[in-house]
Design a protein around this ligand. Structure first.
Ligand SMILES: Nc1ncnc2c1ncn2[C@@H]1O[C@H](COP(=O)(O)OP(=O)(O)O)[C@@H](O)[C@H]1O
Ligand SMILES: [Mg+2]
Length: 224
């Protein structure tokens, strides 16, 4: 169990709800969620398929707007920010591991890992070395020149994990990042994410069905 300083709030959700409207019908994706995540905290989100885990992660990262409630990240309300400020906040302070990777097919593995820095226009030799080191930590040092289409599902997931931490984000949001991995690789990837969180003094929020991973987190919330 990790120790957490409760005064050191990084992310705060206040009565957040998400309701989609589909063909005139309301779909309640997320019911009134309030929570706080501190720097250094590792939070697991569990729950059955369709319980709103991905929706919650997208709202936490400013990728979707809540229907009601407020999301504060690093002290700012992301629900009421301009699109450009929200994009900048995401680029500078967040790392995201999407459930379905979202690697760019025309770029090789190393370029995909460097993408958050390339789009921010801050990619130096040092950054490239860091990306290579991360690829080595996730066991892909021999795949840097491969295109995503040449990789297995688990390898693509590991590239996405390296990409999520390359910019030393304050918060990493990972949506079932070990879903396609065997136990050994899942544990290794989880420890890479934990090490990076510690190194960057950041928080990690991880959607997972893996009880061993949830047990390694400081807190678990279960959606129903
Ligand atoms: N863009 C959308 N439009 C309408 N309904 C959606 C949309 N995205 C998700 N949902 C619905 O919201 C609920 C929660 O989805 P999701 O967050 O993906 O769940 P989980 O990640 O826990 O499997 C599901 O019932 C899903 O069908
Ligand atoms: Mg999901």
């Amino acid at each position: 169990m990790r120790k957490v300083d409760p005064c050191n709030i990084l992310l705060k959700l206040n009565d957040v709800e998400k309701i989609y409207s589909v063909a005139g019908e309301s779909v309640v994706a997320l019911k009134k969620i309030s929570l706080e995540v501190s720097f250094g905290e590792v939070l697991a989100i569990t729950g059955p398929s369709g319980s709103g885990k991905s929706t919650l992660l997208h709202i936490m990262g400013g990728l979707e707007k809540p229907t009601r409630g407020e999301v504060k990240l690093l002290g700012d309300s992301i629900s009421s920010m301009s699109d450009s400020n929200r994009t900048r906040l995401r680029r500078e302070s967040l790392g995201f591991v999407y459930q379905f990777h979202h690697l760019l097919p025309e770029f090789n593995v190393l370029e995909n890992v460097l993408m958050p820095l390339l789009v921010a226009g801050i990619c130096s030799k040092d950054e490239e070395e860091k990306a290579k080191e991360l690829l080595s930590k996730v066991g892909l040092s021999k795949r840097t020149k491969h295109l995503p289409s040449m990789l297995s599902g688990g390898e693509r997931q590991r590239v996405a994990i390296a990409r999520s931490v390359v910019n030393a984000p304050k918060l990493v949001l990972a949506d079932e990042p070990t879903g396609n991995l065997d136990n050994e690789n899942a544990n290794q990837i989880f420890s890479v994410l934990l090490d990076q969180a510690q190194e960057n003094q950041s928080a990690l929020i991880i959607v997972t069905h893996d009880l061993t991973i949830a047990a390694g987190c400081s807190k678990t919330i279960t959606l129903i």
